[in-house]
Design a protein around this ligand. Structure first.
Ligand code: UDP
Length: 239
């Protein structure tokens, strides 16, 4: 454990990370790649909680734009994250990693309900806990869920694994060639500059509860391990 910087982490996996090139649906071979990397970190003895997104299935905001009631559309989004969580659980368990899924909306036939103390006990016992159904409330995001759960379980850091982007930039590097990468930022700077990292609710919750965030590219193999071992990659957000 000596070369571990973060002992307990909350990892935010967007729905996109579980989808194939199409960016939609569940792609088991794609999930396998992520699962194998997570296993490597788990093998180091790091306690890992994962918050899964659902953007590969459905986004409440998009539903609302098409005329649905926002809260109803958000519940669909939260249920989408549960499907992702089950797929990730299946994959992790198939390579020998013990896991538990906890949902913020009860569905006891498929997962445990979210119980903070039980989640912490699972982590202590070396199980990966996958948090599904977001916060259980509409109008929030799974980024905010990450900040909330990280605060609740006293995580050392939120690891924000991005698809193909290696940190936080002043503008979208895929669209603007003058975009500059930040090595370090504060949560307040993210809010003030309107940077597209997390939504404002997630940033302010992380700031208020002093939770650092590391944003890095998960398409480069070994990056999750590098971050937990303290190698400086991506963008670190603190303070
Ligand atoms: N969602 C919600 N409350 C939460 C978390 C998520 O209503 O606490 C809904 C919301 O509609 C969101 C969808 O679930 O669009 C999927 O989550 P998110 O967009 O955060 O997924 P990601 O972009 O990380 O894949």
């Amino acid at each position: 454990m000596s070369d571990i910087k973060y002992k307990r982490v909350v990892m935010k996996l967007s729905g996109e990370a579980l989808a194939g090139d199409a960016g939609q649906g569940i792609n088991p071979p794609e999930i396998r790649k992520v699962a194998e990397e997570i296993k490597e970190v788990h093998d180091l003895g790091v306690e890992i909680a994962i918050v899964v997104g659902g953007g590969n299935m459905w986004r409440g905001e998009a539903g609302a734009q098409m005329g649905m009631e926002r809260a109803q559309a958000d519940y669909i989004g939260m249920l989408g994250t549960v499907m992702n969580a089950l797929a990730l659980q299946d994959n992790l368990e198939s390579i020998g990693v013990p896991t538990r899924v906890q949902t913020a909306i009860e569905m006891r036939q498929v997962a445990e309900p979210y119980i903070r103390r039980k989640a912490m006990r699972h982590l202590e016992k070396g199980r990966i806990v996958i948090f599904a159904a977001g916060t259980g409330s509409p109008y929030f995001s799974t980024d905010t869920t990450s900040a909330l759960r990280a605060s609740e379980i006293n995580a050392d850091v939120i690891l924000m694994a991005k698809n193909g982007v290696d940190g936080v930039y002043s503008a979208d590097p895929r669209k603007d060639k003058n975009a500059v990468k930040y090595d370090t930022l504060t949560h307040m700077e993210i809010i003030n500059k309107g940077l597209q990292v997390m939504d404002t609710t997630a940033s302010s919750l992380s700031m208020d509860n002093n939770i650092p965030l590391v944003v890095f590219n998960m398409n480069e193999r070994g990056n999750i391990k590098k971050v937990v071992q303290g190698e400086v990659i991506g963008t670190t957000v603190e303070g």
